[in-house]
Design a protein around this ligand. Structure first.
Ligand SMILES: [Zn+2]
Length: 298
């Protein structure tokens, strides 16, 4: 694959948001978990306006699968996308519409690969690109995912005009497909080395029992968590988490429960961290969902 010769000449004006997986921010050492995260907080907004056919309006995505990282099974991908659409619809009224799935190998970097893809794609240009990859320097594998933007072809206007970065870019979410929610007992190399949590695992509760769930060793006290409800829920939640970032004011500090989030939401001194709320909002500050919804300019 040849690099787009113009790619290096286009200044990248957008910041990159590197995130830890949802929930890793500000979670207390001994959270009081709720059994019903999805009922913990109602969406603040009415549903987005449905189209003439009655179908929900869509955030269109192209999907790139980095064959140099790990395989993404088609059946699992379809399940994850359906889950991600449901999560987005429940919180904003929008659903994802997949324009195409493309497998390939990034020659230079993930960013260069996405730029080349967007520049060379026949219309329609998607609002967002999902890249399933370990990420540049393994960053997605380390953190679960990250996001940034690439300039779109001239004349393109995104259907979702970010109040922070405008509408002339395509939003990009780089995701580690097999990222493990509440992984338990693994060492730094990813080998299973303990029957109980070590280091900061299980929300920084070393000694927590591990059990096998969704095909890997998971914190036993996380098995009933919404994020563990299916093998693909976590990556589905991460997908939507990353596409919310470009609509926030504070980058990584837009995560649920940060000081910036509390200030923006007007949460006072009596506010307390809620795992259920954090999970419902996919690890993001709730105002991002309002901004996403009101950014729609079809
Ligand atoms: Zn994040």
């Amino acid at each position: 694959m040849h690099r787009n010769p113009l790619g290096g000449l286009v200044a990248l004006a957008l910041a990159a948001w590197a995130c830890a997986a949802p929930l890793s921010t500000a979670a207390p050492a001994s959270p009081t978990a709720s059994a019903e995260p999805t009922t913990a907080a109602a969406p603040t907004a009415e549903a987005a306006t449905a189209g003439p056919t009655g179908e929900p309006p869509t955030f269109t995505i192209g999907i790139l699968i980095d064959l140099d990282s790990e395989p993404v099974p088609a059946e699992g991908l379809a399940t994850a996308l359906a889950e991600a659409s449901r999560l987005l619809q429940e919180r904003t009224g929008f659903i994802y519409e997949v324009l195409e799935v493309v497998e390939g190998r990034p020659a230079v970097s993930i960013e260069a690969w996405v730029r080349e893809y967007v520049a060379g794609k026949a219309p329609p240009i998607p609002d967002g690109v999902v890249v399933f990859s370990y990420g540049d320097d393994g960053f997605a594998r380390e953190r679960g995912g990250y996001s940034f933007g690439v300039p779109a072809p001239s004349g393109f206007m995104n259907d979702f005009v970010s109040p922070e970065v405008g509408g002339r870019s395509v939003y990009v979410a780089v995701l580690h497909w097999s990222h493990r929610f509440a992984a338990c007992g693994y060492d730094e190399s990813g080998n299973l080395a303990s029957e109980v949590a070590v280091d900061g695992q299980c929300r920084n509760q070393p000694g927590t029992a591990c059990t096998t769930h969704n095909g890997y060793s998971m914190c036993a006290n996380a098995v009933g968590d919404a994020y563990a409800s299916t093998p693909t829920y976590f990556v589905a939640a991460n997908l939507t988490h990353e596409f919310l970032h470009p609509f926030g004011m504070h980058g990584n500090y837009d995560h649920y429960g940060t000081e910036a989030c509390r200030d923006t939401m007007g949460w006072g001194a009596d506010w307390a961290f809620s795992v259920a709320d954090a999970e419902y909002w996919l690890g993001q500050c709730p105002y991002l969902f309002d901004r996403f919804r009101s950014s729609y300019r079809p």
